[in-house]
Design a protein around this ligand. Structure first.
Ligand code: DGL
Length: 286
């Protein structure tokens, strides 16, 4: 039987829309509810406990919308809070780290992989571990061995990218200056594959690509996450029949700012009807 409940997607702000866009493109018959916690962003500078509490509150809000799946469209929340979210959720939870790590080890030809992310993601070390684990899986299967035998990883936190993305300054000279400063060490390291391990960063992909040059492949995990969402819906018999599809948007900050910054990216008149909500009243026991 079809399940027409929506998929719930959350992020600290507008970054998760880079994942939502891929979910809509791949699964247009699924309804979606998006929550961006712009009022409390950035998560990337917060402590482990705070990231867990905020993430559980975000999930509690989405659960109130009767969602059939939770997509943690935030690498910072995925690295710090996935375990807690999964333990407490009654519906399947999809995170964004493993799909991105997998795409990176499949794409690299030189084995030199760069990971750019928030401070909290970089310091957790979890993304690098995920890339190494996925590389080992491919090596065991005898795939991409020439590159992965000499796997070498460099990480860089780019915290200003989140503010630039939230401000809508994606392609201007301020973004270029910040990108040159953050990315020069990765260019010197000779990465051939760069993981955008923060869902805000694909919004700056044009600038990042200009600085890194045409030979560097950028990994936007959104595409891989959407395929995981489809697989999990299928496995759990949760696919909708496409009747009465709707898209809802919520933010914890100013709704019109959210819409004006996000609409050039999302297109098709979205986001629309965004409502401002607060989620800090949810008691999550952390
Ligand atoms: N978009 C988020 C991520 O993927 C977090 C950005 C932030 O709030 O610092 O990590």
């Amino acid at each position: 039987m079809a399940d027409n409940r929506p998929i719930g997607v959350f992020d600290s702000g507008i970054g998760g829309l880079t994942v939502l866009r891929e979910i809509i493109a791949r699964l247009p018959s699924e309804s979606t509810v998006y929550f961006g916690d712009d009022g409390r962003a950035p998560y990337g500078s917060k402590s482990h406990d705070t990231i867990i509490r905020y993430s559980l509150q975000d999930m509690a809000f989405l659960e109130g919308k009767d969602v059939k799946m939770i997509v943690v469209a935030c690498n910072t929340a995925s690295t710090h809070a996935y375990k807690a979210l999964k333990e407490r959720s009654k519906v399947p939870v999809v995170e964004v780290v493993y799909p991105g790590a997998r795409a990176a080890v499949e794409k690299t030809r030189s084995g030199r992989i760069g990971i750019i992310a928030t401070n909290a993601t970089v310091s957790s070390g979890l993304y690098e571990t995920a890339v190494r684990e996925q590389a080992q899986i491919l090596l065991n299967e005898g795939r991409n061995t020439e590159a992965l035998d000499k796997l070498s990883i460099i990480q860089q936190a780019c915290p200003l990218f989140v503010s630039l993305a939230e401000e809508g300054w994606w392609d201007d000279e301020v973004a270029t200056l910040a990108a040159e400063r953050y990315l020069t060490p990765l260019k010197e390291f000779g990465v051939d594959t760069l993981v955008l391990a923060c869902t805000h960063y694909p919004l700056l992909a044009g600038t990042i690509s200009k600085v890194m040059g045409p030979d560097v492949t950028l990994i936007n995990s959104g595409v891989s996450v959407a395929s995981v969402v489809e697989r999990k819906l299928r496995e759990n018999d949760l696919l909708s029949d496409g009747m009465n599809v709707f898209r809802e948007f919520y933010t914890s900050d100013d709704a019109s700012k959210f819409e004006s910054v996000a609409s050039p990216f999302l297109g098709s008149g979205l986001p629309s009807g965004t409502k401002k909500v607060t989620v800090d009243h949810f008691e999550v026991g952390v």
